[in-house]
Write a protein that binds this ligand. Structure first.
Ligand SMILES: [Zn+2]
Ligand SMILES: [Zn+2]
Length: 243
């Protein structure tokens, strides 16, 4: 069984105790942290020992997805100096020439695992495969398969074939879709929530819509989605969803 805990679901910045992007995926004995936005480390630590996490997946190098990696590394260093942590945690991230990537690659208590979008990575009994999304910086979603269940974290990115395929083939997909339908556009960094609802409805798939803009009234956006597809879920920090 897959269990997904929402550790943060805001876009851009944390506000009113809602963190930016972070999700804990638990399958059998394996815990994977999906992105590490601002405030996510503290939520992770409430649920599991951060040193016991099998891997951290980073979808892309925007700060609302990576800003807690540095404090996570401090935590591991603190434990290591007390003799309570040995080794490193796998950090699954696309290789890049950017300065931000170089600073992440320099975190001592993480072991960088680079991926490409053709070769799956095996982690314990899970198969992780990666697909590119359409976003202003290079961004990847991850699909995790275990037994006959399929989960996708699509992260940031506008409508594209890869996103549609992921929703179609997954039992549960987390989509970052903060725009109202009237705000959608080809050049936007994200789709509208209604567009991803329409795709999920077409395939009868379960979706969690997340990464909404902070300090905004998102009620109209939610209403238009529920009118289209009452099976859609809006992420709530602290909630858990299972498949
Ligand atoms: Zn984002
Ligand atoms: Zn982004």
């Amino acid at each position: 069984m897959f269990e997904l805990s929402i550790l943060g679901c805001n876009a851009l910045y944390p506000s009113n105790q809602i963190n930016t992007s972070g999700y804990l995926l638990t399958v059998a004995d394996t815990n994977i942290l999906l992105d590490a936005g601002s405030g996510v480390f503290a939520e992770l630590k409430k649920r599991v020992k951060p040193e016991s996490v099998s891997a951290v997946f980073i979808s892309h190098l925007h700060f609302d997805h990576i800003s807690d990696l540095g404090v996570y590394n401090y935590y591991l260093e603190f434990l290591a100096k007390k003799g309570l942590f040995f080794g490193k945690i796998k950090l699954i991230v696309k290789k890049s020439e950017s300065a931000v990537y170089q600073s992440i690659a320099g975190l001592n208590y993480f072991e960088i695992v680079n991926f490409d979008d053709e070769t799956p990575i095996l982690l314990d009994n899970l198969k992780l495969s990666f697909f590119k999304t359409v976003h202003p910086v290079e961004t990847y979603g991850v699909t995790v398969c275990y037994n006959d269940k399929v989960f996708t974290y699509a992260s940031d990115g506008n409508i594209c074939d890869n996103l549609e395929r992921a929703i179609k083939e997954s039992d549960l997909t987390v989509c970052h879709a903060p725009f109202k339908y009237e705000e959608r556009g080809e050049n936007k960094p994200h789709p509208s929530a209604l567009e991803v609802c329409k795709i999920a409805k077409k395939y009868g798939s379960k979706i969690v819509i997340s990464h909404l803009f902070p300090d905004c009234d998102n009620s109209a956006l939610k209403e238009e989605c529920f009118a289209e597809y009452d099976n859609c879920i809006f992420a709530v920090q602290g909630e858990k969803y299972s498949i």
